[in-house]
Design a protein around this ligand. Structure first.
Ligand code: ZN
Length: 285
């Protein structure tokens, strides 16, 4: 199945189901549905065990997932966002990479565990950070009806089938449980300005390209109710601005686009973050 999806997806839009009427965009890198504007990468992908080897986490995928300082800073910000909306006592993070968010959550008293497809990343989390991480594909090894929150930061754009992933997330939750997602925003000011040079496009790794509208539709279609959603600019997660040569340029450009120096925006930031809730009683099957 993996590797053939590019072709399969040309026939039917994952989001609205429309067959045909898809437009080739960004020089043929993506297809965009003319009906609902959802986008996906035109080329197929190699299997995840080939794609997410150590080189991906060591920088080839665009940043180093094992840098202690920046990763702890980023994880702390994500945890504060989650805790500003929900108070879970347990959680599982799908795609836990080096394990820093699991570590942050455990330090906050949450019974947190990770699931990670990369064996080397999981080993780092277990051996260096001492946190529990299971190696495997989340859709296959997710816990069943036992956690109060499922978190997945920059994961949904990588998975083979987002609806299957969200079904597994729903099945992992106790009734009333929370889903916390973050994905790149192809509708962001920077994505529109930079086109195929937008650093979060990553067509080799990202199969699906979300906007706030398409992510909302997918999540609510899967039986969740959106509790909070906004976007953040890349700079929200930068720990040390001085090291980033283009920080000033990006800040000014985002400021011009959004009319504000704030780090968050309802639609124009580089990453969409969302917290949703699954209530079995009112859920869609
Ligand atoms: Zn569509």
């Amino acid at each position: 199945m993996i590797g053939q999806l590019g072709q399969v997806e040309l026939a039917r839009c994952l989001l609205c189901g429309r067959g045909g009427g898809h437009r080739s965009v960004l020089g043929g890198l993506l297809w965009r549905c003319e009906s609902c504007a959802f986008s996906w990468t035109a080329a197929g992908s190699p299997p995840p065990e080939e794609l997410y080897d150590e080189s991906y986490f060591r920088g080839e995928g665009y940043e180093d997932y094992f840098l202690m300082g920046p990763r702890r800073f980023e994880s702390g910000r994500r945890l504060r966002w989650l805790l500003s909306v929900a108070r879970p006592s347990s959680l599982v993070e799908a795609g836990s990479a080096g394990g820093f968010f699991v570590e942050a959550a455990r330090r906050a008293g949450i019974a947190a565990q990770g699931v990670e497809v990369s064996e080397s990343a999981a080993r780092f989390a277990v051996e260096r950070l001492g946190v529990p991480v299971r190696v495997g594909c989340f859709e296959e090894v997710a816990p069943v009806r036992s956690v109060e929150a499922v978190c997945a930061f920059h994961v949904l754009e990588h998975v083979e089938e987002p609806r299957e992933f969200l079904r597994a997330a729903r099945d992992a939750l106790v009734p009333g449980g929370w889903l916390a997602l973050e994905v790149p925003n192809i509708g962001s000011a920077a994505a529109r300005r930079l086109g195929d040079a937008w650093p979060h496009l990553q067509p080799r790794y990202h199969r699906w390209h979300f906007t706030p509208e398409s992510l909302t539709r997918l999540v609510t279609d899967s039986g969740f109710e959106i509790v909070r959603q906004d976007t953040v600019f890349s700079r929200f997660y930068w720990q040390r601005w001085g090291r980033l040569a283009n920080a000033r340029v990006l800040l000014v450009a985002d400021w011009v686009a959004s009319g504000s120096p704030r780090v968050s925006h309802p639609r124009l930031g580089d990453a969409i973050r969302l917290v949703a809730r699954y209530d079995e009683a009112g859920a869609v099957a």
